[in-house]
Design a protein around this ligand. Structure first.
Ligand SMILES: [Zn+2]
Length: 301
């Protein structure tokens, strides 16, 4: 989350859905069943150790975290043209310059805030988000999805606008074979009160004036697809308002592919903070988010 947690007016679910019913999907390409090039799985099998009848997952080797930004991991098989951009929230330092809150906007916001930290563990948000993001990367790579990491280390320098522009590079178009690309922004919450706890999704609205506003249906769908398996697998409760709506996030406003922010839990709550610090939790978080993304992608198969 950026700085202080804010409560935004929750839009009427039914009203919003009525607005978007019938809206055409402009971000993802409908695919005729059976239209995949299934041969590509075999073609890449040798290098991935999938030959000789071995299962790809049993041979999976987690890539060493790479420095820099926009780190591309090519997928394989029928999932290769489904792209997941993972934006691990924050980095080891804030960026105090300003940048437009959206394309063409006069509203200037800080390039990147420092994020929150665990009230009990003192773990910085940027470390938590990176660890979950790397585990999510691995879970997706095991399934053959193409994964793009905004960052794989903490010592990077990448603003919110720059993060969004990385995601936009992977938008399906005539210049690539991508079927659907999504942007998952991983964050954790902080708040003044230690009592608030639970996970929530932060979603842009249908009235967002930028390109992402046209993608509201997809953004909402993506958010809801992820929240349930994430909470079920981790034991993290859903926050009382499990989907928060807002159009103030620079890193989302600049995006042209379906985007959501998952707030893993409240680092200002002792119970959440301790829970999120465990390796077991983080692995379950990654698996849960991966399942949600797969559920979202399934409508484009
Ligand atoms: Zn954050």
């Amino acid at each position: 989350m950026y700085g202080k947690f804010k409560v935004f007016k929750k839009l009427g679910f039914v009203f919003v859905l009525s607005l978007v019913i019938g809206a055409l999907s402009v971000s993802c390409v409908e695919v005729i069943p059976g239209g995949f090039e299934t041969g590509s799985s075999d073609a890449s099998g040798g290098e991935d150790g999938t030959e000789n009848g071995k299962d790809a997952e049993s041979e999976f080797v987690s890539p060493e975290p790479a420095g820099g930004t926009d780190i591309f991991h090519e997928g394989r098989g029928e999932n290769k043209n489904f792209v997941v951009v993972i934006d691990a929230g924050h980095q080891d330092h804030a960026m105090n310059g300003t940048e437009p809150n959206g394309p063409g906007s006069d509203d200037m916001k800080m390039q990147l805030t420092s994020g929150t930290q665990g009230v009990y563990t003192n773990i910085p948000e940027y470390e938590l988000t990176l660890d979950v993001s790397l585990k999510l990367r691995d879970e997706l790579l095991k399934e053959g999805y193409t994964v793009v990491m905004v960052r794989e280390t903490n010592d990077v320098e990448v603003s919110n606008v720059e993060r969004a522009l990385i995601a936009n590079k992977y938008k399906p178009s005539g210049d690539n074979d991508y079927i659907c690309s999504v942007n998952i922004r991983v964050h954790a919450n902080g708040f003044d009160s230690p009592d608030m706890r639970g996970a929530l999704m932060y979603c842009s609205t249908a009235s967002n004036p930028y390109a992402i506003g046209e993608l509201f249906e997809e953004c909402y769908d993506l958010s809801m697809s992820i929240l349930e398996p994430y909470c079920e697998l981790t034991g993290m409760p859903q926050y009382k308002s499990p989907v928060m709506y807002g159009d103030d996030m620079t890193g989302t406003n600049w995006c042209e592919i379906p985007t959501t922010i998952i707030e893993l839990g409240f680092m200002s709550n002792k119970e959440d903070d301790i829970l999120m610090a465990t390796d077991e939790f983080r692995l379950n978080a990654a698996v849960g988010i991966k399942q949600g993304i797969e559920n979202f992608f399934s409508q484009y198969r």
